[in-house]
Structures are given as structure tokens and as C-alpha cells.
Design a protein around this ligand. Structure first.
Ligand code: HEM
Length: 483
């Protein structure tokens, strides 16, 4: 290899030891690759780890500008590798995000799919934590050494990361919340096909939209004559009256500071008004200070309060993980802004903005801000309204297994006459009743685009496996017959 030239093919020599290390012998299946040889495979069909991972492409995709124009600058290769690693993780985040959105976009998310949603969101969160930590690796490049090749990179910029902007839009960042860079739109520096791709992702339903729709459809909040918000308003009023009495009862406080304390207290509890006043909430949504619909927000509050009920544990974890994901991306933004500051000082980046812009995005770009705000309205456990038995039963797998079967819409004229398989009840010890709690009829919301039947399976034995097994039986085998 000539001095200053970066290897561009395996023949250049630098990569040979790596080849030896990975291959070992031609029949090896080790080195972290999945088992790749079936016993009767012919030699041609043997899958080789290097090929499987397309390492010829991947490991030769680092082509520094410095080597093109003269001497290779050692740190430029490192800079490219760090960037590429980020883009690979961005790609994986998009894969996870898209799959979560497919599940969440079903209209009526099946309870059994929530674990997958949670697992994929958690994976996104872990990747983002790694992305934050990776800034430390990048910072082993000193500002002075960066100067040796920085000018060669103009006018390219991290701002042109198409995948990063896709992630932002798919999470639910709104164009109206974006900052302009030097008066320009964020897609202004992108190639036209990339700008088109990113802009079109602004108009597709985002994770935020899917989560909002899912929360709005979960109907725990007003069921069977129980009006949760009315009860919660009473509970909040009781708590606030007790706190007010405590302040006015303070004996060692003069009149002036008492008035001050009372005024501060009244101001703090004014914040509650908006959750008991749908119109006020909707006005704030129109003004852009809130984003979730009123129904979605109230459900999120309910899930946070009653998170220990079995049916709410998974939704609670999903809401918590959405906050985690929003938070770790914010941490990445902050970390990247700090790195840009120490690398560039007060200079601007290649797209014309500096760390101040990056820092500001960290403060503003939080699509799930409403979920963070739920804490404003939490009351201590002792003040939570007691849920009626009928609601508790719906939220408890042990007392009853509520199962939802979604079918494509049947013709409206058809009515259910029998549900095959329900006579199997006797096979499941501990299950003593199965009922179709919402028979399809004119009251069904046809706008959902799918038809929902809710089966209640009541078991006598707590947490009896039979209840769960019957639920799965219904899921897999029940055929609904129509006339
Ligand atoms: C020496 C290293 C780096 C410096 C000094 C730096 C600096 C900057 C600056 C100043 C901006 C604002 C736009 C501009 O004027 O160019 C920016 C944007 C951006 N950079 Fe970096 N960056 C570096 C490395 C990276 C890496 C490794 C990534 C990973 C992909 C990255 C991703 C981004 C993204 C996604 C934006 C757009 C952020 C937004 O608009 O909110 N940067 N960078």
C-alpha cells in the first residue's frame, strides 16, 4: 500500500490479518455468526460469516478525503467510523420504530402485542443510551486534530443526516416546533430526493399519533356508571382543602408571609383546573401548549395512578419507556451540543449554526412532553379514588380474563348466532363462565375499520392458568358464525 493511501480493497494488505482471524478454517461456524452449515450442504452453499455480514462493503466504505487529495490524516478515518456507526444505529432505530408503528397502527392494539411494543421501545432506548456514551469516543478527537481535515468536509454537515430527521418525524416532532437555521427550513441543505423523503414523513402518522389513538381507545376511564374524572376532581379538592387548612393553621407565621404562602399555594393548584375542563384543555391544544387529546391524556393519568392493576402494568411500562426514549434522545442532543461546543468553540458548524442552536433543540424537541407533564396532576396513593369492583375486575387477570378478538368488518346485516368453541369451557378448570360482553349490533363503532368482540372469561381460581389458556384458545380457534 502506498504511503498516505487508505486501503480500498482486501488486496491492499491491511485487512488480511482480520480475514485470517475471522475465517479460521473454511468449515468454521464460530466467531459470533449464527450456525451456517447444514450437515448436507454442498461446499458452494456454505455460508461464510464475512459474506453474510457483507464485510467487503462495510469495511471498505471508509474513504477519507485527506487520502484522496494527498496524505491520509489518521483521525479522519476514525471520524468517518464514528459517523457511520451512528448511521447504522439510526437505521436500526428506524426498523424498530416502523415495526412498533405497524402494531400500534392497527386501530385496536391487541393486548398480547403490547409486550413486543415494549421490548422494541426498550431496545430503541438502549441504542440511544449507547449513542450518548459514544460521544465520549468521538471526543478523543481533539479540536486541534479536527482542524487538520475539517475544511475538507465543507459543506457537508451532520445536519444532513436524513435518517436522524426521519427518526425525529416518526417519533412525532412537528415542523411548527422546529427551529430555523439561518432562516432556512431543516430540509434546505438536503438533496432533493432526500428532502422529499423527509418532508413526506412529516405527513405520515407518527408514533405520537399512534400512542394518542391507542390511549383514546382504552376505555377504563368512564365505564359502567363510573366517572373517573368526577371522582378525581373530588379527591383533588379534598387534598387541596387539607393542605390549605394546614397552611392557615400554621402558628409561627406572620400575616404577610401567611398571605404569600396561601397565594403561592392557590397558584400552584390552579394548574389542576385544566384537567377538569375539557374545553380549556382543547383550547391549550389549539394554542400548541398541549398535544395529547383530552381523552388520551386522562387515560395516561389513569394508567399512572392505577399502574399496579394487572391490565395496566404493561401500558404503564410503555408510557414510562416512551418518556425514557424521549429523554435519551434529548440527552444525545445535549451531549452532541456540548461536544460541538468544545470542538468548535463559538464557530458555526458547516450548515451555519453552532452549539447554541443544538442546545435549544434539546429543550424544545420533545414530542412526548405531555407524558412528562402527567406528574403535575398526581395525588398520593392515599388520595386516589377507590375503583368500583366492576372496574377492578376488568383490570384484573386473576378475577377475569377479558379477551378481545378483532375481525374484519362483517356485513352489517349479519348477526352473531353462535360462537364456536365456547362449549370448551369445561376443559379449563377454574373457568366458570364465558360471556360475550359486547355483542355486535348497532351500537358498535364501525369507524374503527375492524369489528371487536369482547369476551369476559371469569375464573374462580385466582390467576388460574386455565383462564389464560382459554383466552389463548379463543384467540386461536374460535370461529364466529353469522347468519
Ligand atoms: C467533530 C464532530 C462534530 C461536530 C463539531 C458537530 C457539529 C455540529 C453542528 C455545529 C451542527 C449544527 C448544524 C451545522 O451548522 O452544521 C450539527 C448538526 C448535527 N450533527 Fe453534528 N457534529 C459532529 C459530529 C456528529 C456526528 C458523529 C453525528 C452523528 C450522526 C452528528 C449528527 C448531527 C445531526 C443529526 C445534526 C442535526 C441536529 C439537529 O438539527 O437537531 N454530528 N453538528
Amino acid at each position: 500500500m502506498s504511503p498516505g493511501r487508505f486501503p480500498s480493497s482486501a488486496d491492499d494488505g491491511v485487512l488480511i490479518p482480520l480475514v485470517d482471524m475471522v475465517s479460521g478454517s473454511t468449515t468454521s461456524v464460530g466467531n459470533g455468526c449464527p450456525a451456517m452449515i447444514a450437515p448436507d450442504d454442498s461446499a458452494d452453499d456454505i455460508l461464510y460469516c464475512w459474506d453474510y455480514l457483507h464485510l467487503d462493503d462495510l469495511l471498505h466504505a471508509q474513504t477519507p478525503k485527506s487520502a484522496e487529495v494527498g496524505e491520509l490524516i489518521h483521525d479522519e478515518v476514525f471520524f468517518i467510523t464514528v459517523h457511520q456507526t451512528y448511521e447504522l444505529w439510526f437505521k436500526q432505530i428506524l426498523v424498530e420504530l416502523d415495526s412498533v408503528m405497524v402494531i400500534m397502527g392497527q386501530g385496536n392494539v391487541r393486548a398480547r402485542d403490547l409486550r413486543t411494543v415494549l421490548a422494541r421501545l426498550q431496545r430503541i432506548n438502549e441504542i440511544q443510551r449507547l449513542m450518548v456514551a459514544q460521544m465520549g469516543v468521538l471526543e478523543t478527537l481533539t479540536p486541534l486534530d479536527f482542524l487538520d481535515f475539517r475544511a475538507m468536509l465543507l459543506p457537508a454537515s451532520g445536519f444532513q443526516s436524513v435518517q436522524f430527521h426521519l427518526i425525529e418525524n416518526k417519533f412525532g416532532l412537528l415542523d411548527r416546533d422546529r427551529l430555523k437555521v439561518e432562516g432556512h427550513d431543516y430540509v434546505a441543505t438536503l438533496r432533493p430526493d432526500h428532502a422529499e423523503l423527509v418532508t413526506s414523513s412529516e405527513h405520515a402518522p407518527s408514533l405520537f399519533d399512534h400512542v394518542e389513538a391507542w390511549l383514546s381507545l382504552l376505555s377504563f376511564v368512564r365505564v359502567e356508571g363510573f366517572d373517573f374524572m368526577a371522582s378525581y376532581q373530588n379527591a383533588a379538592a379534598g387534598m387541596h382543602a387539607a393542605s390549605r387548612a394546614k397552611i392557615t393553621g400554621l402558628s409561627n407565621v406572620d400575616a404577610v408571609s401567611m398571605d404569600k404562602q396561601l397565594a403561592a399555594f392557590e397558584k400552584s393548584i390552579e394548574k389542576f383546573d385544566v384537567i377538569f375542563d375539557r374545553e380549556k384543555w382543547e383550547t391549550e391544544v389549539r394554542q400548541g401548549t398541549r398535544r395529547f387529546s383530552y381523552d388520551a391524556f386522562v387515560t395516561a393519568l389513569f394508567i399512572n395512578l392505577y399502574r399496579d392493576e394487572p391490565a395496566l402494568q404493561m401500558p404503564f411500562q410503555i408510557l414510562t419507556t416512551l418518556i425514557d426514549v424521549d429523554e435519551t434522545l434529548t440527552l444525545w442532543r445535549e451531549r452532541h451540543a456540548l461536544m460541538a461546543h468544545r470542538m468548535l468553540g463559538r464557530l458555526t458548524g458547516t450548515a451555519g449554526s453552532g452549539y447554541a442552536y443544538l442546545d435549544e433543540t434539546a429543550k424544545r424537541y420533545t414530542p412526548f412532553k405531555d407524558l412528562f407533564d402527567v406528574s403535575t396532576y398526581l395525588l398520593p396513593h392515599s388520595a386516589h379514588p377507590r375503583l368500583p369492583r366492576s372496574v377492578l375486575r376488568r383490570l384484573d387477570f386473576q378475577a377475569g380474563y377479558r379477551y378481545v378478538i378483532v375481525r374484519q368488518p362483517p356485513q352489517m346485516a349479519r348477526r352473531v348466532t353462535s360462537v364456536e368453541g365456547l362449549d370448551q369451557v369445561g376443559l379449563y378448570p377454574g373457568v366458570d363462565a364465558v360471556s360475550l360482553t359486547r355483542p355486535p349490533g348497532d351500537d358498535v363503532d364501525w369507524r374503527l375499520g375492524s369489528h371487536e368482540y369482547v369476551f369476559s372469561v371469569l375464573g374462580t381460581a385466582p390467576a388460574h392458568e386455565g383462564v389464560r389458556a382459554l383466552g389463548e384458545f379463543i384467540e386461536n380457534h374460535v370461529a364466529v358464525t353469522y347468519v
